[in-house]
Design a protein around this ligand. Structure first.
Ligand code: ADE
Length: 418
């Protein structure tokens, strides 16, 4: 069973999946290992991930390992309908996802993948784990564990664990260095700009571009916006990160001050209502606002709607809010993840490492669930190192090795000032 937009889109979807695979050599090695080891045999893995060409390659790798795989979307606007069609038609994977699905359909799709009685969960944002803990407790004894892709999901799960209510082990894939240092930074940096540009075709050079949040994602976005010639302002609530942004050469100020001159504002904080009534009131006419944090609550769209005379679609994924004060504000991709809503998400080359971590986390749960405590775990460091080495090799980069003497020196305390 599946619920997708149109199976006839499969031809385009297959081409897209195959194109992405070319830049996913590490996942390909893991897929080949899985094909031999069948280490996921007998498992049912329900996944709630962005339905993209990169995710398709992860699903194919899991299936090669012997798992039964089901996939639903982790965001109502991030699905690539052609990829969904190809996964169903060409790869025999059940998919429940339609780009632009309403909230009711989104949650019915979450239910569908859980109705398959999975024993392993793969989440991006913790919606499956949340549904299991809230409404499907009877199913929990069947669950060996879950993996979590994103910062926001990890924060939710850590808070669940802290309250003592987490009922199975979780592996926080986001915490691997080969995930967050690359996907969050270079992936978000490039793909968010891609989304903003596709929806507006505006020139960034010379513009004032405000980045809210200077975590890994914000760092990447600020760096890339500067690279396109924008004058970048960073807003933060964390004094250390604010200082870091300042010493990176960005202007740092409060959002109230930043909005006054902003041509573009993109929120990447993981928190809510970063842009709200007090900010909308003082925005420049024509300001373009978007969000690249996981949930669509960083921009208070309810308040914006209340302040508006009308909302008009002006381009794909671009809505003009005409305010009662006569000015206009443009919202990209409905305030949902701009990189997946109005573009195609992170490039395959970074998702290669993220999904290598996902695949190995799934395997770790399949093999070690009996000894894993009901906590939020990270993948062991040797997995990070293996993935980094495989990626370097695929990129044709060789690095130095410690000499025996250097190794000894690094493990000793005796040698100091000469
Ligand atoms: N998250 C960000 N970009 C993605 C992509 N291309 N595929 C799946 N998840 C993503």
């Amino acid at each position: 069973m599946s619920d997708i937009k149109n199976i006839d889109l499969k031809v385009e979807g297959k081409k897209r999946i195959e194109w992405a695979a070319k830049d996913m050599p590490v996942l390909d090695i893991i897929k080949n290992d899985f094909t031999k080891s069948k280490s996921l045999k007998g498992t049912t893995i329900s996944c709630c991930l962005h339905v993209t060409a990169e995710t398709a390659n992860l699903m194919i790798a899991l299936k090669a390992g012997g798992a039964k795989v089901l996939l639903c979307a982790s965001n109502p606007l991030s699905t690539q309908d052609d990829v969904a069609a190809s996964l169903v038609a060409d790869y025999g994977i059940d998919v429940y996802a339609i780009k632009g699905e309403d909230s009711k359909t989104y949650f019915s799709h979450i239910k569908s993948v859980l109705d398959a009685h999975p024993d392993i969960i793969m989440d991006d944002g913790a919606d499956l784990v949340s549904e299991l803990h809230k409404n499907r407790v009877a199913q929990i004894p069947e669950i060996k564990g879950s993996t979590e892709e994103t910062t926001t999901g990890v924060v939710r799960l850590q808070s669940l664990a802290k309250s003592g209510k987490l009922l199975f082990p979780v592996i926080a894939v986001n915490e691997s260095k080969t995930k967050h240092m690359f996907d969050n930074r270079y992936g978000t940096g490039q793909s968010s700009l891609d989304g903003i540009i596709r929806a507006t075709n505006k020139l960034l050079a010379g513009s004032v571009f405000v980045v809210a949040g200077f975590g890994w994602c914000g760092k990447g976005l600020a760096m890339r916006a500067r690279g396109m010639g924008a004058k970048v302002i960073v807003t933060e609530i964390d004094p250390v990160k604010a200082l870091e942004a300042s010493m990176e050469g960005f202007d740092v100020m409060s959002m109230k001050d930043a909005v006054k001159n902003a041509d573009f504002i993109c929120t990447v904080t993981g928190n809510k209502h970063i842009l709200r009534e007090e900010h909308f009131k003082v925005m420049k006419d024509g300001c373009i606002i978007s969000n690249s944090g996981h949930f669509d609550i960083e921009i208070d769209l309810v308040a914006l709607k209340k302040m508006s005379k009308k909302v008009t679609n002006v381009r794909p994924f671009n809505e003009e809010y005409t305010l009662t004060n006569g000015k206009s504000v443009f919202v990209i991709a409905e305030g949902r993840l701009v990189n997946l809503g109005s573009a195609e998400g992170h490039p395959s080359s970074v998702m290669d490492m993220s999904f290598a971590n996902q695949a190995l986390a799934g395997e770790m749960i399949a093999k070690q669930h009996k000894t894993l405590s009901k906590e939020v775990h990270t993948l062991p460091e040797d997995i990070d190192i293996r993935i980094a080495n495989l990626k370097l090799k695929a990129l044709g980069i060789s690095i130095d090795k410690l000499t025996p003497d250097q190794k000894k020196y690094m493990g000793s305390w005796e040698e100091g000032t000469n």
